[in-house]
Design a protein around this ligand. Structure first.
Ligand SMILES: *Cc1c(COP(=O)(O)O)cnc(C)c1O
Length: 368
C-alpha cells in the first residue's frame, strides 16, 4: 500500500489536527446524559445565544438559498468599512477569521520562508504556516504572554509574517498600546504583522490598543476580527480583516469565490447593528469573569489574568484526571496540554448558572 502520509508535504506530515472543544452531543452519547444537563465552557462561545436580529435576518434569507451568496460581500463590507473608518477596498471577509489567517499564509508564506509567533499562541498559526510548507518560528512566552521584544529579535530575512493575538487565546494575556507602538515602529516594513483581535470587543477601552488606529500609519499591518465571539455567531463562520487595499487585493486573489455564505452575511450585518446585544455580551462577560475569579480564589486556585471571555486556570499539576472528572459531572472545559500547558484548564465564561455549575463541580472534584 502506498504511504500517503509520507507523500504529504513535510510541513503537513508534522502537523497534528486542531482539537476543538468536545461537543455537548458527543459527551451526552458517551455518558448517556441528557444534553440539556451538560454545561459547555470549552470553546469561548457566547453564552447569550445569537442576537434575535441576526436570527430574523437569517429567516429573511432562507428563500434565496438556491442562489450563490454575494461573492464580494458588498453589504457587510460596506458596513464594516463605515464602522471601522476605512475604505471598502481595505476589508477582506473570511469564513471565520481562521480563513483570514489561512489566506495570509497562502498569499505570503512558502517553503524557505517563516512566520514568527509566540509560545502558547493560537493553534491555527502553526497550522496555517506549516500547511503551506513554511517554517513557524516559535518565540518563548514571557509570563505566558507575548514577548514582543524577543519576537522582534526573531525576525530574520526569511520572515514574511508575524502573528500576534491581543488578547491571546488560550492564555488571555494582552499587551498595551505602548508595547504595540514600539513593536510596530520596529518591525521591518516588508514583514506583515497580523494582529488577531478575536476578543477585542470584550476589552475595548480597557488597557488594550485598538488595532484599527494604526492602520493608516503602518501599511504592513493587518487587523483580524470575528463575529464568532462577542457577536455570538460562531457556527456561521464570519470573520474579517482590515488592512491596506493592496494587501486586501492580494488576499482576494487566493480567496475562495464564495467563502462567506449568504446566511452568515445577512446575520453579520444584523449583528453589527445590534448594539444592545454587544453591550449585554460584554456585561455578562465582565460579571462572569468576576464570578469565576471569586470562586477560584475560594478554592485556593490561581489563574492567568485574562481580557478574553475565558480564563486559564492553573492547577499546579497535570489536569487530565480533573478534566475527566469534570466531564463525568457533565461539565466540558478545555484541556490545553496540546498548547504545552498540561497543568491548566481553559474555562470559557458562561451564564451565571453555568459558571456556578462549573465551580460547584470543580469543588467536588478537588475534594474527592
Ligand atoms: C476564536 C479565535 C479566532 C476566531 O475564530 P473564527 O474562525 O473567527 O471563529 C481567531 N483567533 C483567536 C486567537 C481565537 O481564539
Amino acid at each position: 500500500m502506498t504511504d500517503f502520509l509520507a507523500l504529504a508535504q513535510p510541513g503537513v506530515q508534522q502537523l497534528s489536527p486542531y482539537v476543538p472543544g468536545k461537543p455537548v452531543d458527543e459527551l451526552a452519547r458517551e455518558l448517556n446524559l441528557d444534553p440539556a444537563s451538560i454545561v459547555k465552557l470549552a470553546s469561548n462561545e457566547n453564552p447569550l445565544g445569537p442576537s434575535p436580529k441576526a436570527l430574523e435576518a437569517i429567516r429573511g434569507e432562507l428563500a434565496e438559498l438556491t442562489r450563490y451568496p454575494d461573492g464580494n460581500g458588498f453589504e457587510l463590507k460596506s458596513r464594516l468599512a463605515a464602522r471601522c473608518g476605512v475604505q471598502i477596498s481595505q476589508v477582506t471577509l473570511g469564513n471565520g477569521s481562521n480563513d483570514i489567517l489561512d489566506l495570509v499564509a497562502r498569499a505570503y508564506l512558502a517553503p524557505g520562508l517563516n512566520a514568527v509567533f509566540s509560545q502558547y499562541a493560537f493553534a491555527v498559526y502553526p497550522i496555517s504556516t506549516q500547511a503551506v510548507g513554511a517554517q513557524g518560528k516559535v518565540v518563548p512566552a514571557k509570563d505566558y504572554g507575548h514577548d514582543l521584544e524577543a519576537m522582534l529579535a526573531a525576525i530574520d530575512e526569511h520572515t514574511r509574517v508575524v502573528f500576534i493575538a491581543n488578547p491571546n487565546n488560550p492564555t488571555g494575556t494582552w499587551f498595551g498600546p505602548n508595547a504595540l507602538e514600539r513593536f510596530l515602529a520596529r518591525v521591518p516594513g516588508n514583514v506583515l504583522v497580523v494582529l488577531d483581535e478575536a476578543y477585542i470587543e470584550f476589552a475595548e477601552g480597557d488597557e488594550l490598543p485598538d488595532g484599527l488606529k494604526y492602520l493608516a500609519r503602518y501599511d504592513n499591518l493587518l487587523v483580524s476580527r470575528t463575529f464568532s465571539k462577542a457577536y455570538g455567531l460562531a457556527a456561521l463562520r464570519v470573520g474579517y480583516a482590515l488592512s491596506s487595499a493592496q494587501i486586501a487585493d492580494v488576499l482576494n486573489r487566493v480567496r475562495q469565490p464564495f467563502n462567506v455564505n449568504s446566511l452568515a452575511l445577512a446575520a453579520a450585518c444584523a449583528a453589527l447593528d445590534d448594539a444592545d446585544y454587544l453591550a449585554q455580551s460584554r456585561q455578562l462577560n465582565d460579571a462572569g469573569m468576576a464570578q469565576l475569579e471569586a470562586g477560584l480564589r475560594e478554592l485556593g486556585l490561581s489563574w492567568i489574568p485574562s481580557k478574553g471571555n475565558f480564563i486559564a486556570v492553573d492547577f499546579g499539576r497535570d489536569t487530565a484526571a480533573i478534566n475527566q472528572a469534570l466531564l463525568r459531572a457533565g461539565v466540558i472545559v478545555r484541556p490545553v496540554a496540546g498548547y504545552g500547558m498540561p497543568n491548566f484548564l481553559r474555562v470559557s465564561i458562561g451564564l451565571p448558572a453555568e459558571n456556578a455549575r462549573f465551580l460547584d463541580a470543580l469543588a467536588k472534584v478537588l475534594s474527592a
